[in-house]
Every structure is written in C-alpha cells, then in structure tokens.
Ligand binder design. Sequence first.
Ligand code: KE4
Length: 433
Amino acid sequence: MLRRSRSRYPRSEKLFAAASRILPGGVDSPVRAFKAVGATPLFVSRGRGAIIEDADGHKYIDFVMSWGPLIHGHAPKGLVKALAAAAARGTSFGAPTELETRLAQRVATLMPSMERVRFVNSGTEALMSAARVARAFTARDKIVKFEGCYHGHADAFLVKAGSGAMTLGVPTSPGVAASAAQDTLVARYNDLDSVERLLAANPREVGAIFVEPIAGNMGVVPPRDGFLEGLRRICTRDGILLVFDEVISGFRAAAGGAQQVFGIKPDLTCLGKIIGGGLPVGAYGGRADIMALVAPSGPVYQAGTLSGNPLAMTAGLWSLENLSPRLYRHLAKLGARLAGGLADAARVHGVPLQVNAFGSVVTPFFTSEPVRDYESAAAADTEAYAAFFRGMLERGVYPPPSQFEGWFLSGAHTERDIEKTLKAARDTFKTSR
Ligand code: KE4
C-alpha cells in the first residue's frame, strides 16, 4: 500500500485550506503565500527574539522578521510591557495625544530633513500621500519611479513594481487605470542617463522622483557611487522634488537611514516598518514649506481614523528609543558574516550565487552575474532559490519566500544563529548538487 507521505506541516496545511476559503489566496498579503517557492505557507503561532514557531511546533531562525519592522526581534520584553500599559489606557481616541509629537520629534532628531511629519498607517499610505503633496507643490502631475522599486500598492506606483508584484510576475497590475499609470514614468535603477532621457522627453512635467535609496524590493541592490548624488543634482536643477522611500532603509541602514549614510537631503521622505515597531505605522514628511500644504494647515487633503493611534505610537517610540550604536555594530557584524558565509558556501559547492548586502539586509541571488538593477535581478534562477528555500526550511531556517526580497537581521539574532544558518546552507547546497 502506498504510504501517504506524512506532511511535516499538517496543521499549517489545514489552516491554509480554511484560510483559502475566505481570504483571497489564503493570505492578507501576496508574498506570504509561498507561491514563488512551491510550498504551503507556514502559519506562525508565536515569535520570541530571532525565533518563530509554526502551528506544527517547528521552530525557525527567522530572516523575514515581518519584512523588516522588527529590528529588535520578536516581542522584546520592554515593548510588550509598554504596549500593555498603553492598551490599558485606551487603544485609540481619534484625538491628538502627546505620543505623536514625541515620536515625530524622535524621527526629526534622527532624520533632520524631516522638518514636519505626518503619521499614517502603512508605507503605501505614506507614498501615496507624498505623491499627492509633491504634485500639489510643483503643480506637475508626472512622477518618476525606478524599475524593480516597490513603493506600496497605490495605483500610481504599481508600474514595473518590485517585491510581491515582481515575485508573482505581475509588475504592472491589472485594475490600474491607464489614467493613473500614464503619469508614472519608469527609469532604470542606478542609471542616471535613463532619468535624463525621461526628463528630456517630458520637459517641466515631472514633479517628483521617487527612489528607494538602497533598493530592497528586487532583492537588495545598493546604489552605485554617484547615483543618489546625481538624482539630487538633477532634482535641484529642474525644480523636481526628490523623495526617498526609506520604508526599508529608514532606521535600518543607520539610525538616520540612507540619507545619513550617503549625506543626501531629500525633499520628502517616506517611512514605515521599523517606525511602528511591528504595529501599523507609516509616515511622510520633509521640508516645512512643502508639508505646509497638507490639511488642515493647507489644502492637500489626507486623513486617517487610526493615524497616530496610541498603541502604534508606543511601539514606534520604544523601537526608535532603543536604537543604539551597539545595535548597529552588532547588525553590521552579523550581516557581513551571513553575506560572506553564504557566498563561501555557494563557492565551495559550485553554486552560482551573487550575495548583495547592505548592513543588516542581505539577498543571495542565484545567478553568476552581478546584480545592479531590475534586469540583472530578474535573471536570477527563481527555481533554484525555491529549492534552496525549501531546504533551509527543513533545516530550521526561515528565509523570505521570494528571490526578490531581503533577509532581515535583528538585534535578537546571535552569532550562533548565523553559524547554524550557514551550516544549513552548506548542507542544502550539498544535497542540491
Ligand atoms: P506597506 O504598505 O506594505 O507598509 O509598505 C509598502 C512599501 C513601501 N516602500 C517600500 C520600500 C517597501 O519595501 C514597502 C513594503 N515592503 C514589502 C516587502 N518588501 C512588504 C511585504 C508585503 O507586501 O507583504
């Protein structure tokens, strides 16, 4: 009699079947569905530090970390305590609280370009609001984005987008009205000439250039020398607003984000992830003269029932108040060890691998050519990545279920976690030959 192969994940499979009967694709965000890695998504029951446990009781070293927010790891004791106390005082008032002012002041201290800050509930909301105020300020409707960069799912940005859109092979989504996409021009990341060509073809029509200063949504692709400086020069020359999407790089590349690392002052910055410490927070902000247009100080409307709610503000404050030089030294050390160790393991086993990294975000690309932009990232062997992912999962390591995402480290990851991860990678490469 054929033995039914006993699944390692019976409860996740059962939970996924139930979820799939009520949630589109069984998830609330596409990249979680494991479609790109040919496996059933694991349902997570708890997280502590760098470890998550699935519904079947398997434990993993987590490199998704909620896609970046958890720079201090899962459920830090101080954060849980602060949230419990905040919840006991009320979860939301729809009225100003001192917490919003304190968090905005903390953001402005870390990122001085953010002279004014508006809180929203996601990175998507931050980007769509920044696009609206940029268009109002410049009275120009066109915006430029870069192939492979992902700025959330607002219509204007779902054009040649990265992250889940790239993972699922739908970089330009159906349902985005032609009228919404027609004002979005797409340039090539790390290629200033591609920007100049778009501006020459649309003279005085572009109001803003949106860029991930360290791209994370085609996998990690750092900016070439001079790329960000070139964008700053072009924007200043042509009266275009430079908008840094620091949803990933903010507070991760450094406490002051990529703008601190590269010493470049954007006109607007969009934030998410770490700023909420794992609760739903996004923010946009920048020059006071631009943000003065935002209602109710100005005519550009933007609003939100739960914007700045006390629980999310408490989590964000705890998260940003616990950033320290020691944390970034730890993240840099572990990130370098992980990146170097993956590259060494692949070399020893003859696996074509390019490992891109920036501090505590790493992406192993299954390709033999350097990855500098969307085209070179898209050439990676996604089937090889999927097989690697499944092998790592079986060995107790939980990487992102997509070739086109970053592996995120946290202050809770230890050197021992990284060595265990590298051993799992060596064993996976060995068995995959
Ligand atoms: P959210 O709306 O998902 O909070 O933020 C959108 C966003 C904006 N800008 C950048 C640079 C981002 O990386 C994101 C969201 N990142 C993806 C993962 N790379 C979120 C994961 C998901 O979509 O489930």
